[in-house]
Design a protein around this ligand. Structure first.
Ligand code: RBF
Length: 161
């Protein structure tokens, strides 16, 4: 699946279980929406390409990546989903805020993933520059939204065999 460039978006479709009959929650941060929306679109397209129905994909928006924790927890609590995908993009600025948001969001999503009965997929881009985000949202390094969708489908099937 991985290439030398770590572009995991090129994958062998036959190695991915079917997403038919599955439902997914996608929580998208509106900060850096140029990137997060591109990831969300790719995630939705990929889920559908593997058999999920549009009406079984629930998308909710939150203001920033830090709110992904609440958004994902809300999704787990209120929507009957087989997996939740959290999508955000943090880009380093002049202050240490970047580190706090990345660390807090990562920690929060990791804790949810441990506690939840369905998988929580980590789709947080943590970039030093907008160019790095661009490369990962449909650019040179693929689209991390696609990879989140594949990961979600695989994790739903985890333990099936
Ligand atoms: N949210 C993001 O998703 N990406 C960012 O790059 C980002 N940068 C921020 C920088 C600063 C200085 C602040 C105050 C907030 C930033 N946020 C960012 C928003 C953050 O995730 C959250 O929405 C707010 O802190 C409100 O809880």
């Amino acid at each position: 699946m991985a290439s030398a460039l770590h572009n995991l978006s090129s994958y062998d479709a036959a190695s991915v279980p079917s997403a038919e009959g599955l439902s997914f929650g996608i929580v998208v941060a509106d900060w850096n929406d140029r990137y997060t929306y591109a990831m969300a679109d790719a995630a939705i397209e990929t889920l559908k390409a593997h058999g999920a129905l549009e009406e079984d994909i629930v998308v909710k928006h939150v203001p920033g990546s830090f709110e992904l924790i609440y958004g994902a927890a809300w999704m787990l609590e209120n929507v009957d989903v087989d997996a939740v995908i959290a999508i955000g993009c943090v880009i380093r600025g002049d202050t240490p805020h970047f580190d706090y948001i990345c660390q807090g969001t990562t920690q929060g999503l990791a804790e949810l993933n441990l506690k939840a009965e369905v998988p929580v997929i980590y789709g947080l881009l943590t970039c030093n520059t907008p160019e790095q985000a661009e490369e990962r949202c449909g650019g040179r390094l693929g689209n991390k939204g696609t990879e989140c969708a594949i990961t979600a489908i695989k994790m739903v099937a985890f333990g099936d065999e």
